[in-house]
Design a protein around this ligand. Structure first.
Ligand code: GLC
Ligand code: CA
Length: 543
């Protein structure tokens, strides 16, 4: 496999609105990010994935873009953005931009002009259909944010398609003018010195709406190859696609180098395991055996070609320690255990802001405290269809996107040190105990542990390129695997439970064992009788 700079990179995702507010308006901004570059450099990451900072009416917090070549005033200016790119580069950190091109905002100039008349040269930039015979929408296609995917446009007497909110009209990727506009815009950003793109819901752009096909449409891969050629191909950038329904075979289409599409994809198979019947509003408990099976499958399937992204959470998902660990008594232990398992897998790890200090889900009592359009829309849809208020609030507490969007907890001070003003969304009350300041001042904090894992990966190609070998596959509480590279073997063992366990790993056949990192003092002298306390995790070099 040809080695790439992003193979041993560690990416840190910033959700700008919630990261750091420099001017006291309660909204995180670019200068806030600039003020924290030293912090990120110390953590050891070398890529930032920046959630959207473009001009936007913020119906979906910036995933509804009204101008791709302007910065939203609440985040700062274009000069702030250029300074951020420059200053980050000086620290060896590249900025990956979020590319949201399945849809724009309805306030984008293209859409505004498309609405002027059916003959507008921009009409075809979007997807319009006549009403069905009964005057209703052209099909029963649903929006991912609830309700119909079709919105009636009174002035021109047609429906337009929006797979997300009605303020996010879908672009028409059957129109070559759309390709040209998007490619030009991408090249404009590439010329500004960015490190790559995270391609938002990119699996939707090959849609064939009249056949009811949205994800993984037949035109998807040709479109990506065309985009690659016209823009980032040969530029050595990191490109990662958000691909909800990808199977390993599909992931290879996207990420096998000879396909010339993307560097890697985000797949969500391990995430949706805890959605009852595929519905995120019906949370299901974690079945570790099934979880291991999915992750193992992805490790093995992409062993020779393609490339995995590794993540437990992002701005759309609940906090990892709350979802897969124990955010009470064993918060530090389980957060470091989860980090160990993730960072030693093969692929590029992503850290979502606050994960490195073990930030947890939030439990707002009142619906009004929530800001996320998805949670608010689905509260309405679900309660109208008979789900009780309590059940829906419990689902939002568990899986709602605002869990990830409460402000970054910098200190125990007012507003968690995020802002001197009133934050756009309330801070998690637990910032008094969980915050960056505290983690920086303690030698055995979650932050320090993440730092050691990031260093370990950078220094050891076994973790980057080693062959993945699953162990104890039938164990329902322990995740264990080997990584093997050029005669070197590393063993990773993690207890996913709050129980004391005894495991037999004599099959590894170790003679000599050296601890590379560990979240506890674990006696590893006898692998046939390894004792693991709750959420213990260790990384061992084996001979
Ligand atoms: C992606 C983003 C999400 C956004 C949606 C629509 O899933 O991650 O935050 O709401 O696309 O752009
Ligand atoms: Ca601000």
């Amino acid at each position: 496999m040809e080695q790439k700079w992003w193979h041993d990179a560690v990416v840190y995702q910033i959700y700008p609105r919630s990261f750091c507010d420099s001017n006291g308006d309660g909204i995180g901004d670019l200068n806030g990010i600039r003020s924290k570059l030293d912090y990120l450099e110390q953590l050891g990451i070398n890529v930032i994935w920046l959630s959207p900072v473009y001009q936007s009416p913020m119906d979906d917090n910036g995933y509804d873009i009204s101008d791709y070549q302007e910065i939203s005033p609440e985040f700062g200016t274009m000069q702030d953005m250029l300074d951020l790119i420059e200053e980050a580069k000086a620290k060896g950190i590249r900025i990956v931009m979020d590319l949201v091109v399945n849809h724009t905002s309805d306030e984008h100039d293209w859409f505004q002009r498309a609405c002027e008349s059916k003959d507008s040269p921009y009409r075809d930039y979007y997807v319009w259909r006549d009403a069905s015979e009964d005057g209703g929408p052209p099909s029963d296609m649903g929006s991912i944010f609830g309700g119909s995917a079709w919105q009636w446009h009174e002035a021109t007497q047609q429906y337009y398609l929006h797979l997300f909110s009605k303020k996010q009209p879908d672009l028409n990727w059957e129109n070559p003018n759309v390709h040209q506009e998007v490619h030009n815009m991408m090249n404009w950003w590439i010329d500004k010195g960015i490190g790559g793109f995270r391609l938002d819901v990119i699996d939707l752009i090959g849609k064939e709406i009249d056949r009811g096909i949205t994800g993984n449409g037949p035109r998807l891969h040709p479109l990506l190859r065309q985009m690659n050629k016209a823009t980032f191909g040969n530029k050595d950038l990191l490109t990662v696609g958000e691909t909800w329904d990808a199977t390993p075979d599909i992931a290879k289409l996207y990420s096998a180098p000879e396909r010339e599409e993307l560097s890697m994809v985000f797949q969500f198979e391990h995430i949706t395991l805890t959605w009852g019947d595929g519905d995120k509003w019906k949370p299901a408990p974690l079945d570790l055996k099934a979880f291991k099976k999915v992750l193992t499958k992805w490790q093995l399937e992409l062993k020779d070609t393609g490339w995995n992204s590794l993540f437990w959470n992002n701005h759309d998902l609940p906090r990892a320690v709350s979802k897969y660990g124990n955010d009470g008594k064993y918060r530090v232990k389980s957060a470091t255990m989860l980090a160990t398992v993730l960072h030693c897998l093969k692929g590029t790890p992503y850290i979502y802001q606050g994960e490195e200090i073990g930030m947890t889900n939030v439990k707002f009592e009142r619906l009004e405290q929530y800001k996320d359009i998805e949670s608010l829309n689905f509260y309405k849809v679900k309660t109208e269809s008979g789900v009780s208020h309590d059940e829906m609030m419990a689902a939002i507490h568990e899986n709602g996107r605002d869990n990830a969007r409460t402000p970054m907890q910098w200190s125990r001070e007012k507003n968690a040190g995020f802002s001197s003003g009133k934050p756009w969304i309330e801070v998690n009350p637990n910032h008094v105990e969980i915050n960056v300041e505290q983690d920086l001042n303690s030698s055995d904090s979650i932050y320090q542990y993440y730092k050691s894992l990031v260093t370990l990966r950078r220094e050891d190609p076994t973790i980057v390129y080693g062959e993945f070998v699953p162990l104890l596959q039938d164990h329902d509480k322990v995740f264990a695997y080997l990584r093997k590279y050029k005669g070197k073997t590393i063993l990773i063992v993690a207890n996913f439970s709050d129980e004391d366990l005894q495991v037999d790993l004599s099959e590894v056949g170790a003679v000599k064992v050296e601890v590379l990192t560990s979240n506890d003092v674990i006696n590893c002298s006898d692998l046939s009788n390894l004792h693991l306390a709750p959420y213990d995790a260790t990384v061992l070099a084996i001979q």
